[in-house]
Ligand binder design. Structure first.
Ligand SMILES: [Zn+2]
Length: 419
């Protein structure tokens, strides 16, 4: 394994890297300096992302008891009036129709994070505010952070309802003590910031106009050092880049480190938009999101013809690498490409239940090791070597109907029938 060295990059960029923040830019520059060491030029392609700053977030139960609870503001959900809003509280669980009668002008408590569909229902029902539940009943206030959530464009295109997030233990207390009247205060500043995709190209030696792209997001969420999600993928495509710069491919390769994936795949969406004229030349996209975890299992999710699924499963058997390949839409940077008609896939080594966590301060390098990381890298090199050097591209450049439907669901153009 003496030629491999990308694992070191994971530690170097394991710090909070929120889309559009200075630290996200710093991470991009660190990756860029790794490329410079190999005399590889790269460029930053900027795009705008939402930005918010919570000034005040407060929740008080007024009746039948008085208590103030620790909450975090829901970004991009607007603000209340300065003194807050007082309204009756209704626990609407997951928002079934039966839960949503007579919620007009009320403040609603919901299970988990805000789903797009539920948000649309709440806008129609004219609720005044919402409280989302976060964490686990085993959380320790001194060791776990109360999640700071944010609405996305898919939500607020319908309007804004100010919301906060509360610890599950506190939500349990309020409901068991029959809290009926609450005061919600949320004051925030909303605006735009700049995020970046880091892009580099290896020109094909023969099929210059045929492009295969490698993508991985390098941002993380609030509090999260994002070692597993997704410093690992960021390092892995660097490994692939090093391989192909030493072994020139027949096809042209693009390597894209995507910013702001965690804010709704914004980097890959911006990339596809910016390069729309060139998209017909993209034959395939390989995305890497989360590998290297010690305890876990490797998967490949293909938004492509089913023949690709078989191809990967067969190759896994052939070279003795355990991987389960399937058709589907993986919520990562492969998806905007697939949505633009380019067959795309994601590699991941998911953590076993109870194992390494993502999206929290616990997403640390201690759950990763070089052995598992390089095992997946080796397979990805084996696979992409064949693809980028194939005489005839074996992956049909079509998105099959069943995957188009999944993309419609994922992008909210269609809704699954409710039971
Ligand atoms: Zn990720």
């Amino acid at each position: 394994m003496k030629n491999y060295q990308s694992f070191d990059l994971i530690e170097k960029i394991s710090f909070e890297r929120i889309g559009g923040s200075k630290k996200e830019l710093k991470a991009a520059q660190i990756i860029q300096s790794e490329l410079k060491k190999e005399q590889i030029d790269s460029s930053l392609e900027s795009f705008e992302v939402d930005y918010h700053e919570i000034k005040e977030a407060k929740l008080e139960v007024i009746e039948p008891f008085k208590k103030t609870y620790l909450v975090t503001g829901y970004g991009m959900s607007g603000s209340t009036v300065e003194d807050g809003i007082i309204a009756p509280l209704v626990y609407i669980e997951n928002g079934l129709e039966v839960n949503l009668i007579e919620v007009k002008d009320k403040i609603v408590l919901i299970n988990g994070r805000m789903a797009y569909k539920l948000y649309e229902k709440l806008i129609k029902a004219e609720v005044k505010g919402f409280i989302s539940i976060s964490g686990s009943v085993y959380d320790d206030i001194n060791q776990t952070d109360l999640e700071e959530r944010s609405l996305r464009h898919g939500h607020y295109q319908h309007g804004k309802i100010p919301g906060v997030t509360i610890r599950i233990k506190d939500a349990e207390e309020i409901i068991s003590l029959n809290g009926t009247l609450v005061k919600l205060t949320l004051l925030q500043k909303e605006g735009k910031r700049t995020s970046n995709n880091l892009v580099t190209t290896i020109k094909g030696t023969k099929y210059t106009n045929n492009i295969v792209a490698f993508t991985a997001h390098y941002d993380s969420v609030r509090f999260s050092p994002g070692a597993f999600d997704n410093a690992t993928g960021s390092a892995a495509i660097l490994e692939l880049l090093r391989h192909f710069s030493k072994n020139p491919p027949l096809r042209t390769l693009k390597f894209v480190w995507c910013g702001s994936e965690e804010m709704g795949l914004l980097g890959s969406k911006a990339y596809v938009q910016k390069h729309l004229d060139d998209i017909p030349n993209y034959e395939f996209v390989i995305n890497v999101d989360m590998i290297g975890v010690i305890l876990g299992y490797d998967i490949a999710v293909c938004t492509a013809e089913a023949s690709l699924v078989d191809y990967i499963n067969y190759l896994g058997k052939e070279v003795g690498f355990p991987i389960k390949s399937s058709q589907g839409v993986y919520s990562s940077d492969s998806t905007p490409f697939a949505d633009a008609g380019v067959p795309a896939m994601s590699f991941a080594r998911l953590s076993t239940a109870g194992g390494a966590e993502i999206h929290s301060r616990k997403d640390l390098t201690k759950f990763l090791d070089a052995k598992n990381y390089y095992k997946t890298c080796r397979f990805m090199i084996e696979f992409s070597n064949r693809i980028v050097n194939s005489i005839v591209m074996p992956i049909p450049r079509t998105i099959p109907e069943n995957m188009k439907l999944e993309l419609d669901y994922y992008n909210l153009r269609k809704t699954r029938a409710e039971k």
